[in-house]
Write a protein that binds this ligand. Structure first.
Ligand SMILES: [Zn+2]
Ligand SMILES: [Zn+2]
Length: 398
């Protein structure tokens, strides 16, 4: 490893049995967003075992650890999310979830174990880093509304000591096991949610002329929304508008008073995000007004877009190149239209979000599926990734 007296990978491999055990404990006992109490206890127990000081909070399950308090170099925060999904596991693993209807199907168990592994190797390293490293264990990433990052930020997780850079990672079946994906700039989408309540004139289906029919108006709205993407936004600027639920009516010969439509709007560009909201409101009102129907529009802002900081990302990519070899630090073909509340940190602090490769040729596995089972060798790679990224951002390892 040129220029680097001791890369992090051997230490991470030595920490692999401990990481496996942590991950297994998380995996067997998954907890849904905003219910991560036992997960917090497990994180706290591991940090105690590692002698890493930490902070907990009354009203969020987040845990913030700190290694190297008082060191003069830049403060780097490393973040892992903690929550699981409402899915019944079908992996057949020996350590399958003990709770039907709950599963770590997005790999957050892996993220936590990697962060604990990074804590282990950083806190025991014979060559301490130049600055402090903050460990942010964050609940409720999957929650999709306020999420878990904002409450932790409001409770000061980026202060005292003030964080200079932040790094997060997510398991990615589209990147081969052994590689880490990075990308400067737009990485993941902003996700907003809308609920449209269309009010018409309910009554007997044989007398539709007596007032606006909420079902017909709602149908016209669904079709009209399709042209927002095809005719309002720049074709080179990706946008998704999807209606995911339509509810109204009880039987064949009754016209309902109202129909409720719900959907999502995904954008990469903050200006486009505003344009799409305004265009959607305008279009929906116009369709309803054309037949005298009323419509209530609720437009809920979800997570902002993940935009990786150019300089921090390049610094981390170079550090990963030194750690793993350039061919394993791969620039990925992103963005994707999924969302992540890691964006909340990136709105305040420069940093980067990475993809930890868990893909194996011929073995299909996908996030949020009941059979998602990433290879555990990724744990050592993920821990070394976080350690190398922190070191690189603190100006070390060159
Ligand atoms: Zn997920
Ligand atoms: Zn996830």
């Amino acid at each position: 490893m040129p220029g680097s007296p001791e890369p992090w990978t051997p230490a991470a491999r030595r920490a692999l049995p401990a990481m496996r055990a942590w991950r297994m404990a998380f995996h067997q006992d998954p907890e849904l967003s905003l219910h991560e109490e036992r997960t917090r206890e497990k994180v706290v127990a591991a940090l105690k075992e590692l002698n890493v000081p930490y902070r907990t909070f009354d009203d969020t399950a987040g845990v913030v650890g700190l290694i190297g308090a008082g060191r003069p170099g830049p403060v780097v925060a490393l973040r892992a999310d903690m929550d699981a999904l409402p899915i019944t596991e079908r992996t057949g693993l020996a350590f399958e979830s003990k709770h039907p209807g709950r599963m770590h199907a997005c790999g957050h168990d892996v993220h936590m174990a990697c962060l604990l592994g990074a804590a282990a190797i950083l806190s025991r390293s014979p060559r301490p880093l130049a600055g402090p490293v903050k460990l942010i264990f964050q609940p409720a990433e999957e929650e999709g509304g306020r999420g878990g990052a904002l409450p932790l930020i409001e409770r000061g997780c980026l202060e005292d000591p003030k964080v200079d850079f932040i790094v997060g990672q997510h398991v990615e079946p589209g990147v081969p096991l052994g590689s880490i994906g990075w990308k400067v700039g737009s990485f993941m989408a902003a996700a907003d949610h809308f609920r449209l309540t269309v009010r018409g004139h309910g009554g007997h289906a044989s007398t539709p002329h007596q007032g606006p029919d909420a079902i017909v108006v709602a149908s016209e709205i669904v079709i009209a929304l399709q042209t927002l993407v095809s005719r309002i936004r720049d074709p080179l600027d990706p946008v998704v508008v999807s209606v995911g639920s339509v509810h109204g009516g009880t039987r064949n010969n009754i016209l309902p008073d109202e129909v409720v439509l719900e959907g999502t709007v995904r954008t990469l560009n903050p200006t486009t995000r505003e344009t799409m909201e305004a265009a959607l409101r305008r279009r929906v009102r116009a369709v309803a007004a054309s037949v005298g129907a009323r419509v209530r529009i609720e437009y809920i802002h979800g997570y902002p877009a993940v935009i990786n900081h150019p300089e921090a990302t390049r610094t981390v990519a170079a550090a990963l190149g030194r750690e793993f070899g350039k061919q394993r630090a791969v620039e990925v073909e992103y963005p994707i239209m999924g969302a992540e509340d890691f964006s909340q940190y990136l709105q305040r602090v420069p940093g980067t979000f990475l993809r930890l490769g868990v893909g194996i040729p011929g073995h299909s596995t996908s996030l949020h599926s009941a059979t998602f089972a990433p290879d555990e060798r990724a744990l050592a790679i993920g821990a070394a990734t976080l350690a190398a990224a922190a070191e690189g951002l603190q100006g070390g390892g060159q």
